[in-house]
Design a protein around this ligand. Sequence first.
Ligand code: HGY
Ligand code: MN
Ligand code: MN
Length: 416
Amino acid sequence: MSAPGENLRIDSARLWDSLMEMAKIGPGVAGGNNRQTLTDEDAAGRALFQTWCEAAGMTMGTDAMGTMFATRPGEDPAALPVYMGSHLDTQPTGGKYDGVLGVLGALEVVRTMNDLGIRTRHPIVVTNWANEEGARFAPAMLASGVFAGVHTLDYAYSRKDLEGKTFGAELERIGWKGAEEVGARKMHAYYELHIEQGPILEAEKKDIGVVTHCQGLWWLEFTLTGRAAHTGSTPMDMRVNAGLAMARILELVQRVAMDAQPGAVGGVGQMQFQPNSRNVIPGTVVFTVDIRSPDQDKLDRMRAQVEEGAAVICRNLGVEMAVEPVGHFDPVTFDPTLVGNVRAAAERLGLSHMDIISGAGHDACWAAKAAPATMIMCPCVDGISHNEAEEISPEWAAAGTDVLFHAVIETAGIVE
Ligand code: HGY
Ligand code: MN
Ligand code: MN
């Protein structure tokens, strides 16, 4: 089967219209999106996606984690499908493209196949993974993790948000708990188009990121217990200050990440003070440390340094410490054949490209446990993401989707 011609391109205007249409659902307050997983806004986005998939002649299946799979038949029904997709859920102050480009780009590939009357040997499946972000229910990539056998369904259903609501109850409430057994589907291959969410491609003036690896991650949830007391009348030497311990641990995380350069990051994005009152020294502080590296040994060393250092800080302050890993995946190497298809597609299309390691985690990291998988990236403006100011150009969106189109055809095979 000859490789698809360089003139095979998607309809970039239709893709951009769909991105802007989806962005109207769960709008943020500054031009981005707040369409968090299993909210009514998520349900509305799912319904629109299903409508579009069915209008493109696909049939929708949903599994017991709420992940959506839209199937376009292939000529060989015995052939395992080629999957592509990403996620429609967003951060609370998310952008319009994180995840969404990968889902609607995949839909656009199917729409273009329909326009051109392209028949493929392998069936094609467009996927919307549930709860990729892990913002409301930790860990991130929860549904793809159950699909890959990393998490049990019971564990996933038991995950709670800050209001104590469980994933399982919220999935029932929005009516998107599907009948399919999670992970029963078998994939021939999996491609994920995603914005880079970092500054490299734009700085290097490259249209396409050929993603060879994804860095690994630990999310460590710390619970520090001190003694709530009056901020005014409690002498400094009498304080058992969980807030001070947290501040010193944040400095420790910064130091551990900087000492591990290059190729390491560390920080804290979420914390809760209890009772969180201006004139009460916090009795309890709960926060999650996020550390990452593409190097397995470095990642595990950073985790040990953070946990050991935090224990010394708390001991010196008389603060009790508990720490629980609430998210983890090792560094991922994507499938060399699929990576080669992405690189060849970018070259055939005359697009500038470079190999890149994904700094963010993606469902492809868990899909890679179930089948050969890889990713395609496009630049984003100033490398900003997980921020309502996230922006890409229509040209970048179209280039990434054209590469997805060509790579998927290479793998799914065109039937003349
Ligand atoms: O945390 C991540 O890397 C992804 O956005 N879930
Ligand atoms: Mn994402
Ligand atoms: Mn994200």
